[in-house]
Design a protein around this ligand. Structure first.
Ligand code: OOG
Ligand code: MG
Length: 262
């Protein structure tokens, strides 16, 4: 760790303040270039603790920057991990209020729900599939707190990997019943297909993102508990949205999930 406890607490307060106050900020590594990975995750953990301290439940986990499309769009080279709080969850059929967000974008994702705990190191796709209860379509709304979505990996980890809102829905399927590598997806905006892909875009198999998360947590002495919802990462580039837009994600064999922006 390169930052002291006070700086970590102050940066967590700053970034969460930007989230709740709908304000952007320059990336935090501009002022703290010496920040390391442990600092970045410590800031994210402090944001999580702030939310829990206000009585908010943590309802899931997320992997991000797990596809080449996303890595290329954001100019980075490795996945990152974050959390989903109760305040990020949108029930299917409700509207997402754009006034609560800075510059939202949507991502088509496959969500996993575990039935057994997953613990790294050494977690692999097979272990993930064996521990998965079901998979289902999910739309993640990301909203980097950084000006113009410009960041480096440490800054985005500290900012809880741009987590803002998400919705899951459609038809949940047992993981054993689908081949997620060749599962096709179409993302529609206002009825027009705008992004297409297949599960293999995410690290060859979306379950690989969950294995990476388990291994990441394992290195910190933590695990993915049973019953956890996990977003495995955007399959395509993220698509900007504004008030009035309606977005639908269709996933082969899993129906569709939609979100309206107001
Ligand atoms: C970081 C979060 C990326 C994903 O699914 O790739 C992410 C960002 O692009 O702002 O959630
Ligand atoms: Mg995402």
């Amino acid at each position: 760790m390169k930052l002291d406890a006070r700086t970590i607490a102050a940066l967590a307060e700053h970034l969460e303040g930007c989230e709740l106050g709908v304000r952007d900020t320059p990336k935090i590594t501009d002022e703290h270039p010496q920040m390391d990975w442990d600092d970045a995750y410590a800031i994210q953990d402090a944001i999580r603790a702030r939310k829990q301290g206000r009585g908010l439940r943590i309802v899931g986990l997320k992997a991000g920057l797990t596809s080449h499309a996303k890595m290329k769009q954001m100019g980075v080279a490795s996945p990152v991990f974050g959390f989903l709080a109760e305040s990020h969850a949108l029930p299917e059929g409700t509207e997402c209020r754009v006034s609560e967000l800075i510059h939202p974008k949507v991502e088509p994702e496959i969500a996993f729900v575990t039935r057994r705990a997953l613990k790294g190191p050494g977690c692999h796709i097979g272990a993930v599939l064996a521990a998965t209860d079901f998979v289902l379509p999910g739309i993640e709304v990301i909203d980097s707190r950084y000006r113009d979505f410009k960041f480096d990996l440490k800054s985005v980890v500290a900012d809880n990997t741009s987590a803002a809102r998400f919705v899951v829905g459609g038809r949940a399927r047992p993981a054993a019943e689908v081949d997620l590598r060749i599962t096709g997806i179409v993302l529609e905006k206002n009825g027009v297909p705008v992004a297409f892909g297949a599960g293999a875009a995410v690290l060859g198999h979306p379950a690989a993102a969950i294995a990476m998360l388990a291994n990441h947590l394992g290195a910190r002495g933590e695990e993915i508990p049973a019953g956890t919802l996990i977003l495995s990462g955007g399959i395509t580039e993220a698509v900007a949205v504004e008030a009035g837009d309606a977005v639908t994600l269709r996933v082969q064999g899993m129906g569709s999930v939609g979100l309206r922006f107001a």
